[in-house]
Structures are given as C-alpha cells and as structure tokens.
Design a binder for this molecule. Structure first.
Ligand SMILES: [Zn+2]
Length: 413
C-alpha cells in the first residue's frame, strides 16, 4: 500500500491540493524514475496526491493513457526568478516604472503558469519579497504554478558587520524564507569579483546553518567560490570563473554547484532592447555576457570532470526565459557534453536532495509526491524531447494533458 514518508513540515509543500480518494492510474510507455532507472511499459498509481504504486507492465483500466510517451518526474529548477517580467511598455520591469502591484503580480502568475506547464514542477527563487504570496497561493491551490521555495530578499550589501548579517538571517527566517540567498561576488556584467569577506560569509552561512536554513551563494570568481565553500554555505550559483582547485574543494566539502549553460545569457542577448539602458545592462554588460557563454560551458565541463561534485540544475530564468527552462538542460547535453540521463537526474532526484526534499520529490517511487510529466520521445536518448511536454501533474493534480481525457472522470483535476 502507501509508503508514508516523513511528515511534511515545509510551508511550500502543503498537504495534497486536490485530495482525490479514488486511485488514478497512469500508463507509461516508458518510465524514467529520476534516479537513472528506466522501465519500459509501467503503470503508476496515484492516490491522495502521492505515488502509491509503480508496477511493471501496462494494465488496462481507467486513467491517463500515456503509453505513447515517456513519463518522468517533474523537473526541479534550483534557480528561477518568477518576479522578473517585461512591463506594459515591453521593457524589463523595475520599481517605479508605472506598473501597478496588481499588474506585477499577474505577470508573476503568468510566469508561474508558463513554468509549470513546460514541465518544471518545483522552482527555487533567490529571490524577491513578492515570492512569499505567490508561493503560498500556489501551495493552497489558488493559482497554478510550480512549488516555490524562496529566499525572499537576498543579502547583497557588503556594508554590514557579521553581527548585523546574523540578525538579517534570523529576520529572513522569521519572515518565512525557505533558505538564504547571498551575493558573494559582483554580477558577471560587473566582472564577478568577490564582494563579501570570509568573515561576512562565515557569519551568514554559519547563522543560517544554526537556524536550519540552507544558503545559496551567487559567486563567479574562484576566490568568492572558495570563501563560500570554506564558510560552509550549501550551494554555489553560477561560477563562471570556477577553477579545478575550487571545484575539487567543493566536491570534498559536499557543496552543491549550480552552473548555467547558456539560456540566461542567450535570453539577455535575444531580448537586449528590452533590458538595455537599465542598471548594468549596458554595452559593457552585454559584452561581458557574450563572453560568458563559452566560459560557462567550459566551467560546466570542468565541473563534470571533478569527481564527486554534485551538480544541480538551475537556469537563472529571468524575463523572457520562463517556460523555456529546459533549453538550459538541452545546452548541457549538446554544448556541455553531459549524458542526457545525467542531466535528467540532476534536474530531478539530485535537485530534490539539494533542496532537502530528497524523500518527497524528484523520483517516481511509492510515497513520493505525484509530480509527473510526460514527453513525446525518449529524453534519455534525445534531450530535446523535453521540449515536447504533453502532460503535467503536480501533487496528483493534472495541470496539462494534451491528449484525450480519461474515459471515466477520476477527479484528479
Ligand atoms: Zn539569479
């Protein structure tokens, strides 16, 4: 029967959205379990929002017939900014650009919908204060979107003393942050050099750990990555200038690495007119991003060549990229040389582990949340199959199905 896993404690993983009591059967032509396993012809039974059984063979019966498709766990994007969007004038939204808070919120929900229906069922946002309401509304089933974990406002100013940084960490926790996001280096558009001292990073990541929170660190230069690793921070984002030495240190310390392959840079360049002239989106900034594309691919290759390094998948999706998240996984395989199954595992079970949700999401196995997507083709052989999503279920509720409805309604949506 039902393998009960640890009780849900996180706000962002609420009890089942649509608590169907009737089991829903899903027939999968091919099942990728999120942990490297494949079953040809499988039947998944979903009950009360969770996977209750996975059987070999496709039994007939009511439910969703995905026998012409590959079913895999919903993807987990460790780094996406749902609050970023293009405003009513077609420009990157900034405070005081004339958009109302309602317009901003509607744009966020549109980003959430585009992300979910593209097959990404969980995202981590590092972060913005608006995430909190979106996270909670999605969690309550009030608006469709991926599960959201957020840092709320990131910590970026190098002015604070270690004591005041510890205080900020505690305040974020009290405000409902799921984790802490910190900038240890400049933006790639400004050179990416270290901005916070070892002492400041020690304070932030040490206090977060004491408070039971993970830490995500924006770091491009090898020095800032090294300092973050030594401070015991959980995960390092970007790392365009990562060296073999610092990647080895990260592997030794168990620090997760979240490099981007290309989507974030290409998206900025494709949408240059919508960003240009705002902050560091200037000529030098765009030149730096253009230069970063081959550097990012090289960093990814160095990371993959580092034994034991845990590489998760985060796109850094901003305005223009929501719903196209999988392009960064495709880049990893096509440009970075990552085997497709390894890319899929990084975006499912390993991504879940990095979020501290390794026994909740990221796998198709009894007891796990029923976060399932189906695609045309076999993404373990042709990663571009991830562009052809036909079915999305999150927490047992169906948000997308391009085929025929089940003959008998199963109250799954
Ligand atoms: Zn980011």
């Amino acid at each position: 029967m039902h393998t009960r896993v640890a009780a849900l404690t996180m706000l962002s993983l609420p009890a089942v959205l649509a608590a169907q009591t009737t089991p829903v059967t899903i027939r999968a032509g091919r099942l990728i379990d999120g942990h490297g396993g494949v079953i040809e012809n499988a039947t998944i039974v979903v009950q009360e929002g969770r996977i209750s059984r996975v059987d070999r063979g496709t039994s007939r019966g009511t439910g969703y017939d995905l026998s012409h498709y590959t079913v895999l766990p919903g993807l987990i994007d460790a780094h996406a900014h749902l609050s970023w969007y293009f405003n009513r004038s077609g420009r990157y939204h900034t405070p005081n650009d004339g958009d109302t808070p309602v317009q901003s919120m509607l744009a966020m929900t549109a980003n959430a919908f585009a992300t979910l229906t593209s097959g990404v069922t969980t995202i981590q946002s590092p972060g913005s204060p608006e995430d909190k309401d979106l996270r909670d509304f999605i969690a309550n089933g009030g608006t469709p979107g991926p599960r959201v974990l957020t840092s709320l406002q990131p910590i970026s100013s190098p002015r604070f003393t270690p004591d005041s940084l510890r205080e900020i960490v505690r305040r974020r926790k009290a405000d409902g942050a799921d984790f802490i996001k910190v900038f240890a280096s400049q933006s790639i558009r400004d050179g990416g050099t270290q901005t916070l001292s070892q002492e400041q990073l020690d304070a932030i990541c040490g206090e977060a750990k004491a408070q039971g929170l993970r830490t995500l660190v924006h770091a491009h230069s090898a020095e800032s990555m090294r300092a973050s690793t030594l401070a015991g921070c959980t995960q390092i984002e970007h790392g365009v200038f990562a060296t073999e030495e610092v990647l080895k240190l990260m592997a030794e310390r168990g620090t997760y690495f979240d490099p981007q392959c290309g989507l974030v840079f290409r998206n900025y360049l494709d949408n240059r007119a919508k960003y240009e002239g705002i902050g560091n989106y200037n000529e030098a900034g765009f030149a730096a991003m253009e230069k970063a594309i081959p550097l990012a691919v090289a960093a990814l290759k160095r990371a993959r060549a580092t034994p034991g390094l845990k590489i998760v998948w985060g796109t850094d999706a901003v305005a223009g990229a929501h719903g196209r998240n999988v392009e960064d996984l495709i880049c990893r395989v096509q440009d970075g040389g990552q085997p497709p199954m390894e890319a899929i595992t990084s975006a499912t079970s390993l991504g879940a582990e990095a979020l501290g949700l390794g026994n909740q999401i990221g796998r198709i196995a009894p007891g796990y949340q029923a976060d399932l997507i189906a695609v045309e083709g076999d993404p373990s052989k042709d990663i571009t199959a991830l562009r052809r999503v036909v079915f999305v279920m999150k927490g047992g509720r169906v948000y997308r199905w391009d085929g025929e409805r089940p003959a008998q309604s199963t109250a799954s949506n």
